[in-house]
Design a binder for this molecule. Structure first.
Ligand code: GRF
Length: 218
């Protein structure tokens, strides 16, 4: 079985990377072949090292243009025969040349029910908006900010006592189930995109976790 090589781009803790490492355990068609971090101190690099996965720190130097950085990233991925790029907490926006080159092969996880709350601090935006349902979205990356075709979403209830921290923690739990599932669909060739609409063959309901409302006592 030839394995689709996956590169995971990170900037921080890498808990989603860990979920991918735990799911792609050698019995699947995909293989986490490379982890790239733009930050040297990203804990995800240690997770990769522990799992024996090739990992590199690719810093963005001030002297470098964004296009040059993206170019170097793309070259690095191509040298390793990467087929799929997964952004899992990668805190850089990929430019249009990169997106065009890797179109429909870049997957991102975002901690909101898109199209609500794109961009940074999505959880804080959700708390400030006092929404009752929050969640996470896995989507293909296009030229916009968190606007690409949606693959799958998970939803959870928000309680009055929720804080940015508590909600972030619960959303992360759903992310860890959602992301590996979506990446597996992609690697297995089960995803098609038509006019921005994603179809997953033989998939169960893409919204995989709706938790019951929270009962709070003050
Ligand atoms: C996640 O909430 C993800 O949705 C967002 O960044 C966070 C990354 O967390 N894009 P981790 O590094 O995977 O723990």
């Amino acid at each position: 079985m030839t394995r689709g090589k996956i590169a995971v781009l990170i900037s921080g803790s890498g808990s989603n990377l860990q979920a991918l490492i735990d799911s792609f355990d050698g019995r699947n068609r995909g293989e986490i072949a490379l982890v790239v971090s733009n930050r040297a101190d990203a804990f995800g690099l240690q997770r990769a090292a522990k799992a024996g996965i090739e990992h590199i720190h690719l810093p963005k130097y001030k002297s470098q243009s964004r296009a040059d950085y993206d170019d170097l990233l793309s070259q690095t991925l191509k040298e390793k025969d990467i087929e799929w790029v997964v952004c899992a907490g990668f805190m850089r926006i990929l430019g249009s040349a990169f997106v065009q080159e890797w179109r429909e092969r870049i997957i991102n996880i975002h901690p909101s029910l898109l199209p609500a709350f794109p961009g940074t601090e999505a959880i804080k935006q959700a708390i400030n908006a006092r929404v009752r349902i929050a969640g996470a979205t896995v989507h293909f990356v296009d030229e916009g900010t968190d606007t690409g075709p949606i693959i799958a979403q998970s939803a959870i209830a928000v309680g009055n006592l929720d804080t940015v921290e508590s909600l972030k923690a619960r959303v992360l739990v759903t992310e860890h189930k959602l992301l590996p599932k979506a990446v597996m669909w992609a690697v297995d060739g089960r995803i098609s995109i038509n006019d921005g609409v994603v179809t997953i063959s033989e998939a169960e309901q893409p919204v995989i976790s709706i938790f019951s409302p929270i009962v709070e006592s003050e």
